[in-house]
Design a protein around this ligand. Structure first.
Ligand code: NDP
Ligand code: HSE
Length: 434
């Protein structure tokens, strides 16, 4: 049988890894796919650099349109990243009848609805396993392996760069800046690393996971996003003392009134598996009504782990491209005409537990006033510690039971207006992942 012909856009970290894996494992992959999968054309910006790496093994161009318009190319693999020109190139490739494989979560989180609709109209596939959690086959797991279930929630460490930074800061006392530079050197970070550290990359991925878990359209603009750049090392150390690790989590939950969709640092009890996921590793928990909680763990970023997912998609497309489009796995796991309009809940309606840290005058009545204020807003204290911090001041940390975020916002505003309170309140959410 003729080989499947692939056009590659980009030969960076993931593109280079894809070339390596596809070349090294060509025979094994052909045995699985039923035919060879060959990269026949590559577009990059710097052809000389690519030529130095690959020699004359493949046609190279600095014009991405040479790939998406090549009549010989069956599948376009988009690995250049960002929104433009990636969006225009993907849409043109689709209109030229080509299947798409992409690792570009930013593109799909913002323009997924448009791209999936265009692909469905054209009868082509858009495969994106590499876009979420690198080498972990989480999309296959949710869309296919767990398809019998009503998914209840998904929670995970889905950004390798921030997990690497938090791990290095906690275990080796590395500074935030040094840990980020190392993550960049290792190829984990996005072209713009603020996407990683401000939680945007994790929110791109979470948005896609939520759509596949609950059958709702892709709604990145409704995600609540907080990153790790303003996290104090004091809180990392205090969390440790209290029996927690701080992780940047992506959490999406189906509730009767809507869907929670949020990315933020969270305290995770240190006996939970997720608390022990270190370095650039990712882990995703998915809970379904039939299966219960399940856990998926692996390398969430980097050259060959991500290429593993890209090549798996190439094999899937090769196996399925002759199938009737109506019988393929839908892009988001639900039939396009059966999507739900369940709303995404604003952050004020989220319900979870909280860590609240503040500095107060060390004087009689302070604790009683704080406890009364919290009780008035239906916030129940699970535990607290108080430590003198010099200059007649004390640091107080409250761990609350589950409360509504809007009530906690009000409590914080009232606490900060009290005369005996010396600091802003540091608020971190706690996720027990039970
Ligand atoms: P890199 O920056 O390493 O590589 C980008 C590649 O795209 C380079 O080869 C660059 O060419 C090429 N390129 C950029 N613009 C154009 C253009 N207009 N026309 C043709 N080629 C172009 O990125 P990564 O490999 O790290 O990331 C690629 C995608 O994979 C992104 O969407 C990213 O979010 C995603 N991803 C990355 C992971 C990782 O671990 N790095 C993991 C999972 C997903 P040149 O080298 O000549 O400049
Ligand atoms: N920058 C991303 C991360 C790459 O660190 O997880 C993988 O998507």
């Amino acid at each position: 049988m003729n080989p499947m012909k692939v056009g590659l856009l980009g030969l960076g970290v993931v593109g280079g890894g894809t070339w390596n894996v596809l070349s090294r494992n060509a025979e094994e992959i052909a045995r699985r796919a039923g035919r060879r999968i060959d990269i026949t054309r590559i577009a990059v910006r710097d052809v000389a650099k690519a030529r130095a790496r690959l020699g004359d093994a493949v046609a190279l161009s600095d014009q991405a349109t040479d790939v998406v318009r090549d009549p010989e190319v069956d599948i376009v693999v988009e690995l250049i990243g960002g929104i433009e020109p990636a969006r225009t190139l993907v849409l043109e490739a689709i209109s030229n009848g080509k299947h798409i494989v992409t690792a570009n979560k930013a593109l799909l989180a913002k323009h997924g609805n448009e791209i999936f609709a265009a692909a469905s109209a054209q009868g082509v596939m858009v495969a994106f396993e590499a876009a979420v959690a690198g080498g972990i086959p989480i999309i296959k797991a949710i869309r296919e392996g767990l398809t019998a279930n009503r998914i209840q929630w998904v929670a995970g460490i889905i950004n390798g760069t921030t997990n690497y930074i938090l791990s290095e800061m906690r275990s080796r006392g590395m500074s935030f800046g040094d840990a980020l530079a190392e993550a960049q050197r290792l190829g984990y970070a996005e072209a713009d690393p603020t996407f990683d550290v401000e939680g945007v990359d994790a929110a791109h991925k979470l948005t896609l996971l939520a759509s596949m878990a609950f059958g709702v359209p892709v709604q990145f603009s409704k995600a609540h996003i907080e990153g790790i750049s303003s996290l104090a090392s004091e809180d990392i150390a205090l969390a440790e003392r209290l029996g927690y690790r701080i992780k940047l989590l992506g959490i999406t939950k189906q509730r009767p009134d809507g869907i929670e969709l949020r990315v933020h640092p969270a305290l995770v009890p240190n006996d939970r598996l997720l608390a022990n996921v270190e370095g650039a590793m990712n882990a995703v928990m998915v809970s379904g009504d039939a299966v219960g909680p399940t856990l998926y763990y692996g390398q969430g970023a980097g050259e060959e782990p991500t290429a593993s997912a890209v090549v798996a998609d190439l094999v899937d497309v090769t196996r399925l491209h002759t199938a009737d489009p109506g019988n393929r796995v839908p892009h988001l796991g639900f039939q396009p005409d059966a999507m739900s309009d369940m709303p995404i809940l604003p952050i004020e309606q989220v319900i979870t537990s909280y860590y609240l840290r503040l500095s107060v005058d060390d004087q009689p009545g302070v604790l009683a006033d704080l406890a009364r204020l919290l009780a008035d807003l239906r916030i129940s204290i699970g535990s607290m510690i108080q430590e003198p911090s010099g200059d007649a001041a004390a640091d107080i940390i409250f761990i609350t039971h589950e409360a509504r975020e809007g009530d906690v916002d009000q409590a914080i505003a009232r606490i900060e207006s009290l005369a005996f309170v010396r600091s802003k309140v540091t608020r971190l959410r706690i996720e027990n992942l039970a």
